[in-house]
Design a protein around this ligand. Structure first.
Ligand code: ZN
Length: 341
């Protein structure tokens, strides 16, 4: 079968479209014929070199396709079903896993990080990861959902405990998690949503997705605009994933008693923390890492019903994965970049 692999860490040019052996199916696994695989910034970090990544390696955390074969122990799924894959790996038998907190499993990881991901034609995966999708969802759309909607849901609902009518600042409207967070906050919690992006086209698309107010983060100072919009009060929740470049502005945008929740550090991990500011304003700083299977099923229900919509920016054929990586690195996208297999 065909796959895109890299044999050394480096730039997009290390991605090679080549023949690889077909996977062997375990009795508790499902063989999936992959039709689409969504890209994430994680793919770029893994390709560039992260600890724990074995070479050669196959990227890809967000997978959709059809079931090609089911293992002997898998009685609830059938060949031919259209499915997406839960974008994480976990042991399935530790205390955290059986309590439904898979993201606290000692073996928890993102699909395509420490193991091979979805830039390929066939993949064998534990049946617990395989979730049927409705006909209304294309493979490209389905492959745009798992990681970003799971992450955004876990951040806003499970961690920050968003309540109806709150005001939420979503950093980076054009990112996959941004498009998910705007929709969850607006469509499910009737929040007032303020968001940021770097050009007029993205700001317009953010408003179409449901954002009430938009800030151009190149031309405007985020915290100053937030103060104008909220009559100096600040926001209840800041949805962070940008890191170093926006952290100060994010903190200044919080109202007293507000919550900042973060799942990433795309622009760098080193940020300042003034303890006096933290305690005197009674702020909550929350870390969030992906989510658990319960989060995934809850957010998928909203996607499958059509309430939340995957945002596909652009698709590339699998063999052009390097070009797709360059496009993702250029940050021109609004929503997800997807490989069609
Ligand atoms: Zn476990």
């Amino acid at each position: 079968m065909k796959a895109v692999r890299f044999h050394e860490f480096g730039g997009p040019e290390v991605l090679k479209y080549e023949d690889v052996p077909e996977p062997e199916l375990r009795k508790d696994q499902v063989l999936v014929r992959i039709r689409a695989c969504g890209l994430n910034h994680l793919d770029l970090f893994v390709r560039g070199g992260l600890r724990g990544v074995n070479l050669p390696h196959i990227n890809g955390s967000d997978v959709a396709g059809e079931i090609a074969q089911v293992g002997e122990y898998v009685t609830w799924l059938q060949t031919g079903q259209r499915v997406l894959l839960a974008p994480m790996t976990f042991c399935g038998h530790c205390e955290a896993c059986v309590s439904g907190q898979q993201n606290f499993c000692p073996e928890f990881s993102v699909l395509g990080y420490r193991n091979d991901g979805g830039y390929r034609e066939l993949m064998a995966i534990p049946a617990v990861n395989v979730i049927p999708i409705p006909e209304t969802l294309s493979f490209e759309q389905a492959a745009s959902v798992p990681l970003v909607f799971l992450t955004a849901w876990h951040m806003l609902v499970t961690r920050a405990q968003i309540r109806p009518g709150q005001t939420v600042l979503v950093l980076g409207a054009g990112s996959g998690v941004g498009t998910a967070a705007i929709q969850i906050a607006k469509k499910l919690f009737s929040a007032t949503v303020i968001t940021t992006a770097g050009d007029d086209k993205k700001l317009e698309l953010a408003r179409q997705l449901g954002a009430d107010y938009t800030i151009d983060h190149y031309k405007q100072k985020i915290s100053e605009e937030v103060k104008k919009i909220t009559a100096k009060r600040g926001v209840d929740i800041v949805f962070e994933h940008v890191g170093q470049a926006t952290w100060d502005e994010s903190m200044k945008s919080l109202k007293p008693g507000g919550t900042i929740v973060t799942c990433g550090a795309t622009t760098g991990p080193d940020v300042k923390l003034d303890l006096r500011f933290l305690y005197s304003r009674q702020l909550s700083y929350l870390g969030s890492f992906m989510g658990n299977m319960g989060d995934l099923y809850r957010v998928l229900a909203e996607v499958f019903s059509g309430k939340l919509k995957p945002v596909v920016d652009r698709t590339f054929p699998l063999k052009d994965a390097a070009e797709a990586h360059r496009y993702l690195e250029s940050s021109q996208m609004f929503g997800k970049v997807v490989l069609v297999v």
